[in-house]
Design a protein around this ligand. Sequence first.
Ligand code: SER
Length: 542
Amino acid sequence: MQYPQTVAEIRDTFLKYFQEHQHTLVPSSSLLPAGDPSLLFTTAGMVQFKPLFAGNTELPYTRATTSQKCLRTTDLENVGKTERHCTFFEMLGNFSFGDYFKKGSIEYALDFSIRHLGFAKEDIWISVYTDDDEAEKFWLDLGIPADRIVRLGKEDNFWGPAGETGACGPCSELYLDRGVEKGFPGCGTKASCKPGCDCDRFIEYWNIVFNQFNQDKTGKHHPLKQTGIDTGAGLERLAMLIQGVDSVYDTDELQKLIANMETLTGHKYAKDTLATFRVMADHTRAASFAIADGIIPDRTGRGYVIRRLIRRATLYARKLEVREPILYKIAGSVVQLYGKVYPQLIEKKDELFRVIQAEEELFLNTLEQGLEVLEEMLASYEKSGKKHFKGSDSFKLYGTFGFPKEMTKEILEEKGFTFDEAGFAEELEKDRQLSRDTWTGKQNSYSSLLEGLSKTTFTGYNKLEGSAKILKLISEKNTECAQLMEDDKGILILDKTPFYGESGGQLGDTGLIELENTVFCVTDTQKDDDFLLHNGYMTQRS
Ligand code: SER
């Protein structure tokens, strides 16, 4: 039998296998979790099925299979520093809602691993939850010997819920033994080296969650109306094992993306550029998928995470002497590689290229200058022998040059400095208060200029850009003016706009408005009854 080799073949083989076993093929849901404010992004295959697991809704099917796009960004600063960290990944899954449970899911996992992935049974190790004798028995019945089954506690073998509440339960994981030589030197031969060990000999590739409980807001567990199965197998992790490489970045699809980046940058993916290529590849892929799902770079919440991804990738691109927008071109390869499986990428491609490019431009405008200022600051700290970087300094980098605080933190850590978290938070709050006060003051002084204007139409629900007519230009001195010169600050009012104005706890949008020969850089958008007011400054077209 010919086993699947490429990422695409593994995905197809998995989905086909479960469809042949009466599972309904369900398309991946959006990275923006629908109706679940407790979750920033879709982090697992089960997220779209949370209502089905809860048992409060009529079931359209009792078995499902998916290849789900996922985004996990809690430790995005680790991307580039390890072999396997990705923020974006695809997760294969088979799910049961009150249908098969432990026995069936264990049988499927082993059968698929051996007969369809070609893994040798002797290389498969299993973990079960501390007291799960039942799961262990099913593995023993299938011929996995007791000495290849380990028991792991809550931290490793109890999963969920995704978000604050929902289905969760003990799990059982499948590991592949890659051989003693893959472990840390001297570790692989020790009896203590088994699943759960930190070395690279055993790689977990499949997680079966036996959903039994519903966690409520207080963290209490209640039995679910019906038990369920939620499995997850990271697609690139599987490809890494099948293709015999040590890093997910060396699997076929990411390698294609990286080859394209080599052409675009003129640099080789080699030992000293590995981290840079990996950060740029992962972050661009993640941002492309997120933007195609309508998550736009912003100053808060989900949008802030996407902004961080783009800015961190832009900083890394500098290491390859790239000083102009390039990520939007890499996004072109992302669309090419994944568009067939995830059609939103094709539908939204123009918009996502434009959003990424605009975000790159915005940051590149100030990046060099910000890095110079940072260098000067560090030199003066060095002189005085201080290693604690003040909150007011990191806030200056954030407020003036757009450095996400996590990025500053990462640069500081590399250079042996500590970051003043509380000081930064204090500065941020002061700034927010100041802008609230200034805004109220400003509003009173020019409101007469708005009289007689027709109201602004907001177009940002479906589109993030468009063309519009300028209705009024107000200078920093709150007088109407015909034009602004470079660096002049002011307010621009349009007949229609996709910029969201600050309201309901959500900050106003930032972005660019292209004029005939210049660009108006919007640093904040405010809402004043019927008008959306773009606050910003005039700058040169780059
Ligand atoms: N929800 C589990 C995980 O993410 C299995 O799909 O690992």
